[in-house]
Design a protein around this ligand. Structure first.
Ligand SMILES: Nc1ncnc2c1ncn2[C@@H]1O[C@H](COP(=O)(O)OP(=O)(O)OP(=O)(O)O)[C@@H](O)[C@H]1O
Ligand SMILES: [Mg+2]
Length: 351
């Protein structure tokens, strides 16, 4: 079994071979600053590799490029650790899980159907509304169609309907009038391609909740609050965890976990998180963002069934760390959850 880089790893005792599948930032289309925001760096891939090897696994590195189908045909692995974002379009995160399913290769994380739905923020909101999970009022804006903004109150945030990592969310994303909204939507439709989501802007505290595991064993981590530093001017004036803020997060925000919430507020967040996770068929891990409105109501913002795992940067490893689960343990926790789910519990015990 050959690593993507052409090197053999020594066979560890557990005998488990894990193929990490990923997309790397390549510096292409860099006239759009956040064009590759979702892709990973080799540092993240290596950090996951280290964590898996520390658990006794043998690791193959497989970049999810156009040759991936051939690589999968020749690679021998027990399970894939999928962090690949895929290429192009609303269904891109589903591409690699679909390929893995075609080949019958078990993999970590959610399947293609869940990833497709969750990447479409409007579809997800509509689905979760049937489970009584409240989210901000919204309208989808499509190229060439007049947007229907019936009853929406300004300010409104305009964001791509199917992106992540704050791609397309900048210091100009919150608008105060219909004219501003139409202008921004027109610009973003041009720049980012897919549909835009216009959503009532919820002024209020922001939280993110991580989940790990499956079924009754799912662990819901305590909420982490993203606290905007007082006295530091946020680009654009609104407290938005935007791409520029995430790039320079230490300057703009601090994190508190567990967040200062009443037991009832925390219980509501945990309940909503479990419901959303189940409703969407999430597997192994996910992260959910919320805002607590000035009206005291909890608003679901979005769910990430493929949350970033960049150590020292991504929110999921950060919140897990606050809850006493260090990076390597989190990565192995995802793998263990997947192995158990696939009926490979004995292998899971060895990781
Ligand atoms: N309706 C809203 N009201 C207030 N703030 C919002 C709203 N929607 C988004 N935001 C702000 O914009 C940020 C990014 O939005 P969102 O989480 O939808 O995007 P994302 O790119 O999918 O994020 P991630 O990096 O978590 O994948 C949020 O963390 C929040 O600060
Ligand atoms: Mg988010």
């Amino acid at each position: 079994m050959i690593e993507d880089g052409g090197q053999e790893n020594p066979l560890p005792e557990s005998g488990l071979t894990v193929g990490i599948i990923y997309n790397l930032k390549r510096g292409i289309r860099n006239h759009v600053v956040d064009a590759e925001a979702e892709y990973d760096s080799m540092d993240t891939v290596r950090a996951i590799q280290r964590a898996l090897e520390e658990g006794g696994a043998r690791v193959l590195l497989l970049e999810a490029d156009l040759e991936l189908p051939e690589k999968l045909a020749s690679a021998r692995m027990d399970i894939a650790f999928n962090i690949a974002e895929g290429f192009n379009g609303r269904g891109r995160e589903a591409q690699i899980p679909a390929l893995l399913n075609m080949r019958g290769i078990p993999f970590t994380g959610s399947d293609e159907t869940t990833l497709c739905i969750a990447l479409d923020k409007a579809l997800t909101k509509r689905l979760l509304a049937t489970y009584h999970i409240r989210s901000p009022r919204y309208a989808v804006i499509r190229r060439g169609e007049a947007p229907r903004l019936d009853g929406m109150r300004f300010p409104v945030i305009v964001k791509p309907n199917a992106e992540g990592s704050s791609k397309g969310i900048s210091d100009i994303s919150v608008v105060r009038s219909r004219a501003e909204l139409l202008e921004l939507a027109r610009r973003n439709l041009e720049l980012y391609g897919g549909d835009m989501l216009a959503e009532e802007y919820i002024e209020g505290r922001e939280f993110t909740v991580g989940l790990l595991g499956n079924g009754e064993e799912t662990r819901v981590f305590r909420p982490m609050e993203i606290i905007y530093r007082s006295g530091v001017e946020i680009p654009g004036g609104y407290r938005v965890y935007s791409y520029p803020v995430k790039q320079d997060f230490e300057r703009y925000v601090s994190y508190e976990c567990p967040a200062a919430l009443t037991p009832a507020q925390e219980a509501e967040m945990a309940r909503a998180s479990k419901t959303a996770y189940r409703a969407l068929g999430c597997r192994d891990f996910a992260r959910i963002d919320y805002r607590l409105g000035a009206d005291g109501q909890l608003y679901f913002i979005e769910i990430n069934p493929l949350p970033g795992l960049a150590p020292g940067y991504s929110d999921f490893p950060m919140l897990a760390g606050f809850c006493g689960v260090e990076y390597g343990e989190l990565v192995r926790g995802v793998l263990r959850a997947a192995l158990r789910r696939c009926g490979l519990g004995l292998r899971a015990a060895a990781v």
